[in-house]
Write a protein that binds this ligand. Sequence first.
Ligand code: THU
Length: 151
Amino acid sequence: MRKKRNRAIDSLVQTAVQAQKRAYCPYSRYPVGAAVLTDRGRIFAGCNVENASYGLSICAERAAICRSVAGGNDVIRAVCVVGAAARPCGACRQVMYEFSDKDTELYLVDLDPATGRRRIERTTVFKMLPMAFDPLASGLLPANPRTSSRR
Ligand code: THU
């Protein structure tokens, strides 16, 4: 069981590393890759996609979340973000929180493609967003969103 899980996390990290290479970031020159592991074991990748109208740029984490939702997945088991000193921005923390539970892991991979330096930190989505605006606590969603009419 643990082996299977480790294998899933390995592919999650590899997927995010590959996604970083596809980042479209001609303005910031700061490539970010992300990947999401769903509760059904599927992995979805995302990268940052910038725009000449800078404010329209989308972060890698949100790109990956959007793909997992479009793929029919609600709950995420783990997220991986790859970048030089990668840290999800505040907006991405809230968007990841929406699809996470208290155990959803967050792997932060500090990878600078220029030097190849790589360091991994593990935390959780909930820890990265203390006192979050919570869809359940606020009463905006029923207690179990997985069985709600949202689907
Ligand atoms: N970026 C991400 O993709 N994820 C983050 O968590 C932080 C920032 C992107 C947005 C922009 O394309 C570039 O990094 C510089 O801010």
